[in-house]
Write a protein that binds this ligand. Sequence first.
Ligand code: C2E
Ligand code: CA
Ligand code: CA
Ligand code: CA
Length: 278
Amino acid sequence: TQLLLFFMLLSVSLMIGLYRTPERTLKEMISFGLLKKEFVPFYQPIIDTRTDSMACCEVLIRWQRADGELISPNQFIPIAEHNGQIKLLTQYMLEQVIDQFQDEFFVNKGFYVSINVTPQQLEDDEFLHTTINLLKQRNVPAHRLAFEVTERIPFKNLAKAKSIIQQLTDFGISIKLDDAGTGYGGFSYLQNLPIDTLKIDKMFIDTIGTNDVKSNILDSIILFAKHAGLKVIAEGVETAEQVAYLHQRDIHLMQGFYFAKPMPFSEFRLYLQQDLQS
Ligand code: C2E
Ligand code: CA
Ligand code: CA
Ligand code: CA
């Protein structure tokens, strides 16, 4: 039995080891990537289909390695959320976006930019203050910025989140609930927090025109949002059929490859030049 115990312990520690090593290495790689300024914001337009022009846009982080390779956020954001590096990454996105706001193509337009944050950042006074200070220092009006917070990860301290979100909205920054329908306590969040917009996850948009039972959920979310007086953004819209379906239900803010993919700032500038109404 001692031998058995020994092997059990050995295999458990090996499993932990296998699990740990890549995460630790990735953490070091992220730190190094931050030093080398390898993280860049990509911009994806959100279209108002009533006017066919951009209403706002979402910032999506990309890790641009020295060899030109682009790493998707799904490969490093969950780990950064887990180990706290997300604070530095968000801060860095925010700084770059605010820098790019000084560009004439941003200054002269009215659209706002939406940045992804994790729930824990909306429970953090330091995040509130650095954000407000940054906007003031750089003369960027607060209404040009929004935060989207995912429903996938629960808030730890709802009362604290409520207070921070209230202060952010009082200052002029709006808050959206991201990945609506996929996660924790969406309804209780909406009852308790000053959130004005729901972003319906692609998972539900994908069910349009299929027999998937989740298409019923899509209709319920839309109905709920209407009753609660919330704005709705449909994400991951890829087909004309989806656009038509959403239109029929009075949804006209849409984001997806059907309209435009996320793009680097240089390309986004050209996009803005063509889109006269934003
Ligand atoms: P998300 O916030 O739900 O962002 C939407 C994702 O859907 C993006 O993936 C976007 O590129 C993709 N997408 C948009 N339209 C379409 C479409 O029509 N078809 C398909 N197939 N995909 C579409 P991306 O950029 O890979 O980001 C993945 C997730 O990583 C995001 O999901 C968000 O949760 C997270 N993320 C991205 N940037 C940041 C960031 O700066 N901070 C934090 N905390 N999370 C981020
Ligand atoms: Ca988002
Ligand atoms: Ca989303
Ligand atoms: Ca999503």
